[in-house]
Design a protein around this ligand. Structure first.
Ligand code: IPM
Ligand code: MG
Length: 361
């Protein structure tokens, strides 16, 4: 297969971790006989430095022309970076939101898995960690509060800020279908999360999700209020298979879920549209405090590349080969500093990439 991949290395640790993911993809191509081509694209802070804006029309076009985009992370230290002196619509994060919208990436998949080898890093009680968990957070990514109209105005001498939260049936239906499709390939349970005791948008969400559920009689559907879900994630994470939710709730819950695994450096993500195209990035941020030191954990980005092979190219065997290589490296006791524990062997970003490659045969 010939794969045309757009690459956004981004800011902070982005370039280091993406280099390792590309190394692993190259290894896969070599072993399984595929060909890969990469187009480097700028987005976020790097694009502000080069072009004055976080996302250019050319980058968006080039991303559209590739089969999939592999991304590192964007943004810098909000206190010290000059990017944050700019108005909000010109900062690195605005580039990411515009890229998601421009590519229509409405479905965001964020797996949160407790690796048995890393159980010690789980901040939950031992008996909860022992049960393990493996959930997929499906976050709606191009609607809701983050894309509504906003304004800050003076009204009768006081400042008033407004953010609009809108969802259409169409937007809810397409993400719900994706959620149920994914559940069919997993443990066939969907927990739809909303705030239907307060919000109209949530009541519509619930109604549409129930309609979609009728087409998936094998899948068990339950509804959960978002505040309860936040609690359940630390109380009993094993109960979840697919969590299906709107944009802001998914933003918050996915950070919580990743923290509960104890190793955000391990978590991948995929953002998909109606086609095979997807944007693949680690769940963690750009970690400017450790950038350039060669110590960042590249595994989340490497696992995001595995998701790319699976969802954009239907290369399930190759994706599994990467996942198995990651497990093997962990079993052999190799750790980057963020997941280090007593008795393990600490290695840097590049060595982690090399070791993962060496297990792909
Ligand atoms: C994420 C991030 C972004 C989001 C920010 C940077 C706009 O927090 O991918 O979760 O909220 O979507
Ligand atoms: Mg977030």
């Amino acid at each position: 297969m010939n794969m045309k991949i757009g690459v956004i290395k981004g800011d902070g640790i982005g370039p280091e971790i993406v280099d390792e993911a590309m190394k692993v993809l190259d290894r896969i191509a070599e072993v399984y006989g595929h060909s890969l081509s990469y187009t480097q694209l700028l987005m976020g802070g790097a694009s502000i430095d080069a072009n004055g804006v976080p996302l250019t029309e050319e980058t968006l076009e080039a991303a559209r022309e590739s089969d999939a985009v592999l991304m590192g992370s964007i943004g810098g230290d909000a206190k010290t970076s000059p990017w944050y002196q700019l108005e909000p619509s010109k900062r690195p994060e605005a580039g990411l939101l515009a890229l998601r919208k421009g590519l229509n990436l409405f479905a965001n998949l964020r797996p949160a898995v407790l690796y048995q080898e890393l159980k010690g890093a789980c901040p939950l009680k031992e008996e909860i960690a022992d049960r393990g968990f493996d959930m997929m957070i499906m976050r709606e990514l191009t609607g809701g509060l983050y894309f509504g109209e906003r304004s800050t105005r003076e009204e009768n001498g006081v400042l008033v800020a407004r953010d609009e939260l809108t969802y259409s049936e169409t937007e809810i239906r397409r993400i719900a279908k994706r959620g149920f499709d994914i559940a069919m390939k997993r443990r066939k349970k969907v927990t739809s999360v909303d705030k239907a005791n307060v919000l109209d948008s949530s009541r519509l969400w619930r109604k549409v999700v129930e309609e979609v559920a009728k087409d998936y009689p094998e899948v068990t559907l339950e509804h959960m209020l978002v505040d309860n879900c936040a609690m359940q994630l630390v109380k009993d994470p094993a109960q979840f298979d697919v969590i299906l939710t709107e944009n802001m709730f998914g933003d918050i819950l996915s950070d919580e879920a990743s923290m509960v695994t104890g190793s955000i450096g391990m978590l991948a993500s995929a953002s998909l549209n109606e086609t095979k195209f997807g944007l693949y990035e680690p769940s963690g941020g750009s970690a400017p405090d450790i950038a350039g030191q060669g110590i960042a954990n590249p595994i989340a980005t490497i696992l995001s590349a595995a998701m790319m092979l699976k969802y954009s190219f239907d290369l399930d065997e190759e994706a599994a080969a990467i996942e198995e290589a990651v497990s093997a490296v962990l079993k052999d006791g190799y750790r980057t500093i963020d997941i280090m524990s007593d008795g393990m062997k600490q290695i840097g970003t590049k060595e982690m990439g090399d070791r993962i490659c060496s297990y792909i045969k």
